[in-house]
Design a protein. Structure first.
Length: 603
């Protein structure tokens, strides 16, 4: 058993709350730009003073609606300025925010509203209102639903709440804020539910404050506190990672913008010009694959591949005494030809990126560091208020998820499970003592992840306990490494490794719909040719054969993929195989594609 801990450099007063910074900023620097809001196609500044006034006005409306301290108020919306405004207003009213992914199904919404006992719900669009109308009868405590986007008289949720709270005094809001304690619950975040019903993760104000303070105390805080620093938030704010980093950026004084228009992310980057971004590995994979696809379509595929190999080699050399003269020269040439264009696609000012939610993979990490945008990979779960460990500036080992942040500790159990302890670890699951006792033992949270920690405290993730495949021959196989490598291929969208209690390891592979037309043209096929028409195509199978062979180089022969099957459809959130953060729901895939898995082992 190995263990590593980092002492805390901060304390959290008992009467502190996550909303305090809203009013502290307004008092100490009212003109400071805390948000940049997209209004009628233009980015408009929002000062600390303006934001505090808006938070107060919306909080008054919630109080006028009868929201009491400790009540749960649900919020179902895509990432946008109003999301954070309403979140802080719920806290200012003394209540607890219950985020709901805007892509959630009616059944998921029903469960969250019923289990949390939410008294209020704010949704974004007509579509969300229709979903809620289907399940409202299952939420007896729900007293009302407001909509952010509305053409109805009185306007949207913010305008309605502001009008309703006109007669509530500032003193009432101030009393609600002063009544909050650090140990009080601030939010119930329902886990994505890769298996079973989602559980409500109860995070306190102290958890959120500890997360923010530990991020700012790390070397990343130097960028967050730089005057004029900004970030564009595009991940779902219903996810703990996006929310925690947004709070840390706000607390540190960086300005935050929001967008949920993922197809137009590149032009939005060009307009906003963020200094840093937060994302998940799948987005970085898409950036790399799209750039490679574009280069190959333009006949520059060999140049791009050479540039990518140079970027990886240059980055790897940083950890081995530095690159030599020839490698530096090649890197400088490719910087002008390739890397500068990739940096421009992120707005031209982006200095670094933070990645979480799933393992990034060493090759992708080296590639981005090699082109001049270092990705600092971190690790955490909803139960740890997002990041419990992060690679930071000057303290980075590519391929690991970094060292524990201030005040946190990691322990590796005898079976390889990662256990965590510290101020960011949650207080328990909402109304689920049995699950809480199973997850937390002697103050240590059992993550379910497998990994190692080196003598310097850097954590490496090797897989999930529940995802370990045991072949008929008794070989234990962690699928994550193979799957991550396959997904990095430009033509592959998703991959799932199978083989539990089977004679060998197999895989189901899906094709990236965006990459397919270009691949079709390069291989002499009509661009519109669908995957279903290519399942027996020799060129496609040769390409995937090569990708599988490369992935198999990472593992032993017993762990290697022996057979695979290309599926005619992709895994999506809409069809149920992916969570909102792009994690595979293995049980759903195994159930939906049982015949395809069985075909791998048919004699």
């Amino acid at each position: 058993m190995s263990e590593f801990s980092v002492p805390a450099t901060f304390t959290i007063p008992e009467d502190a709350s996550a909303v305090d910074s809203v009013f502290d900023h307004a008092q100490t620097k009212p003109g400071h730009i805390v948000y940049r809001r997209l209004v009628n196609g233009s980015w408009t500044n929002v000062s600390a003073g303006e934001f505090a006034d808006q938070v107060t006005a919306v909080a008054k409306g919630l109080i006028a609606d009868g929201v009491q301290p400790g009540d749960r108020v649900a919020l179902m919306s895509a990432t946008r300025y109003e999301w954070q405004l309403i979140d802080y207003a719920i806290w200012a009213a003394g209540a607890v925010t219950v985020p709901i992914y805007e892509t959630s199904s009616a059944d998921q919404v029903r469960w969250i509203l019923e289990d949390s006992g939410a008294v209020g719900l704010i949704v974004e669009t007509d579509k969300h209102s229709k979903t809620v109308a289907e399940v409202a009868e299952a939420a007896p405590d729900l007293r009302g639903v407001l909509q952010i986007e509305s053409s109805q008289p009185g306007g949207g949720a913010v305008a309605i709440l502001t009008a309703r709270g006109a007669d509530i005094s500032d003193d009432e809001v101030r009393a609600r804020v002063q009544g909050l304690k650090a140990a009080d619950p601030a939010t119930l975040i329902y886990t994505s539910g890769t298996t079973g019903r989602p559980k409500g993760c109860q995070l306190t104000h102290a958890n959120l404050i500890a997360q923010s303070k530990s991020i700012i105390a790390s070397s990343l805080g130097g960028l967050l506190t730089t005057p004029g620093a900004s970030t564009l938030m595009f991940l779902p704010l219903a996810h703990v990672l996006a929310r925690a980093v947004s709070i840390a950026a706000f607390d540190a004084g960086a300005s935050v913008g929001h967008t949920s228009d993922i197809p137009n992310l590149v032009p939005t980057f060009a307009e906003f010009k963020p200094d840093f971004i937060l994302s998940v590995p799948r987005v970085f994979e898409k950036v790399y694959n799209s750039a490679r696809q574009k280069a190959r379509s333009e006949g520059r595929g060999k140049i791009f591949d050479a540039a990518a190999a140079t970027a990886v080699a240059w980055s790897e050399a940083q950890d081995k005494g530095g690159p030599g003269l020839l490698l530096n020269l090649k890197h400088a040439v490719f910087d002008k030809l390739v890397y500068s264009k990739l940096r421009a696609a992120l707005g031209g000012k982006c200095q670094l990126a933070i990645s979480g939610g799933a393992p990034l993979g060493a090759r992708l990490g080296h590639f981005f560091r090699g082109i001049g945008i270092t990705i600092y990979e971190g690790y955490g779960l909803t139960e740890t208020t997002a990041a419990v460990a992060v690679n930071t500036i000057g303290n980075q080992k590519v391929g690991t998820v970094g060292r524990p942040l201030d005040g946190n500790a990691v322990r590796i159990a005898e079976d390889g499970e990662i256990m965590l302890r510290g101020p960011v670890v949650f207080s328990g699951y909402w109304h689920n003592e049995a699950a809480t006792k199973e997850a937390i033992e002697d103050g240590w949270f059992h993550t379910g992840d497998l990994g190692t920690v080196d003598p310097d405290g850097y954590i490496s993730i090797t897989g999930r306990k529940k995802e370990i495949i045991v072949t008929a021959g008794g070989k234990n196989v962690a699928p994550a490494q193979l799957e991550d490598h396959l997904r990095a291929h430009p033509l592959i969208s998703q991959a799932i490794v199978v083989g539990d209690q089977k004679p060998f390891i197999g895989a189901l592979i899906t094709i990236d719909a965006e990459a397919l037309p270009g691949w079709n043209e390069r291989n002499g096929k009509p661009a519109a040719t669908a995957v279903a028409e290519l399942l027996a195509d020799a060129d496609l199978n040769a390409e995937i054969d090569e990708a599988v062979a490369e992935a198999n180089k990472l593992v032993s022969q017993a762990e290697a993929i022996k057979k695979y099957r290309i599926l005619p459809v992709d895994f999506t959130e809409e069809t149920g195989e992916l969570t909102p953060t792009m994690k595979l729901k293995r049980n759903v895939v195994h159930e939906s594609f049982a015949d395809d898995i069985a075909s791998l082992y048919a004699k």
